[in-house]
Design a protein around this ligand. Structure first.
Ligand SMILES: [Zn+2]
Length: 336
């Protein structure tokens, strides 16, 4: 069987003709397999959804319980038969519940990894390399300039700044699913034991993470109405990046703006966004992680999606690995 007969791009997303299902479709479809809960991958309105229990729960929290006609929970490592196609979910290390989807039929095995990273993250299971014929990789940070430093070193910079400026507040911009909880957990692992103040948009997901046994310590609402401005002197506040432009952010005392993202490697980008303390913390693989992962899968062919495809395709070719960009539309990862 040819790989392109097992999975192919369609306007709705990545489609498997023999199995008659889509992976992370961007439009409503009959049967959707979903890698993780970020909104560009997990959309509402499908007739049926197969995903890990955590991803189903996250979709329920974001879209309401009726986000799909029917749902089925995929157990990691357990194969499900869909119209004769063997489908297995494996951890992707991206956010809680994130999975790679392995699709196998007539001797051809393709792994669609969704979004992934290799850095250790206490808030989700680590990525598991799966041997396959074709590996579909993201390339959000697919340029050699992107090398993420150890995350605990980045968090140490916040704590150092907080100690240096005890009268100011530190506002950390972090995406609501995954990044925010990872930042909180990193603060805890670094020994920070004061309450962490959070924007309302993070409350439900953070509570959900805690219900799944991921300790985030004491979280308090980051609303200035509930206390005087001075109460937030020295506080660490976490909110979604979108909240930083509005009035909410201006209520804190002399805030130092921090932003946790892989894009913070690009100094210009931090500057333009008015970020004083850029934190290079990403939930996507950096260049080295992409390379290592491609090698570990042993795949003879690589399909590259959403990101800087050209450099990675070129690298594969130089290594003697067949590679091509897979042009899928509609993926603007919310969790970079
Ligand atoms: Zn994602």
């Amino acid at each position: 069987m040819r790989a392109s007969d097992l999975l192919k791009s369609r306007p709705e997303g990545l489609y498997c003709p023999p199995g008659d299902f889509f992976i992370d479709p961007v439009r409503p479809v009959e049967r959707a397999l979903i890698t993780h809960g970020h909104s560009d991958h997990a959309r509402s309105g499908h007739s049926s959804v197969l995903a890990t229990q955590e991803t189903l729960d996250i979709m329920g929290l974001r879209y309401g319980e009726d986000f799909a006609g029917t749902t089925q929970a995929a157990t990691l490592g357990e194969t499900v038969d869909i119209n004769g196609v063997a489908v297995t979910f494996h951890p992707a290390g991206h956010v809680l519940g994130s999975a790679q989807i392995c699709v196998e039929h007539k001797g051809m095995r393709i792994v669609a990894s969704g979004d992934y990273k290799r850095q250790k993250d206490a808030t989700c299971l680590p990525f598991e390399p799966i041997r396959c014929d074709v590996f579909i990789t993201e390339a959000t940070f697919g340029l050699p300039v992107f090398r993420h430093p150890p995350d605990h070193e980045e968090i140490a910079r916040v704590l150092k700044s907080a100690a240096q400026f005890p009268e100011r507040s530190h506002l950390i911009g972090a995406y609501a699913l995954g990044k925010a909880q990872r930042v909180m957990r990193l603060l805890r692992d670094a020994g920070y034991d004061r309450p962490i103040y959070i924007h309302g948009a993070l409350a439900k997901l953070s509570e959900y993470y805690q219900s799944q046994g991921i300790e985030l310590g004491r979280l308090e609402p980051g609303t200035v109405e509930s206390g005087a401005k001075a109460d937030f002197a020295g506080a660490i506040v976490v909110g979604p990046p979108s909240a930083f432009a509005d009035r909410w952010a201006r209520r804190f005392p002399d805030p130092i703006s921090c932003f946790a993202s892989g894009w913070m490697r690009i100094r210009q980008r931090a500057k333009q966004g008015g970020v004083e303390l850029p934190l290079i913390i990403s939930d996507h693989a950096d260049w080295d992680e992409l390379i290592v992962t491609i090698k570990e899968t042993g795949a003879a062919e690589i399909w590259v999606t959403h990101g800087r495809e050209e450099a990675l395709v070129r690298w594969c070719e130089l290594e003697g690995i067949a590679a091509r960009p897979l042009h899928l539309v509609g993926y603007e990862d919310e969790g970079d």
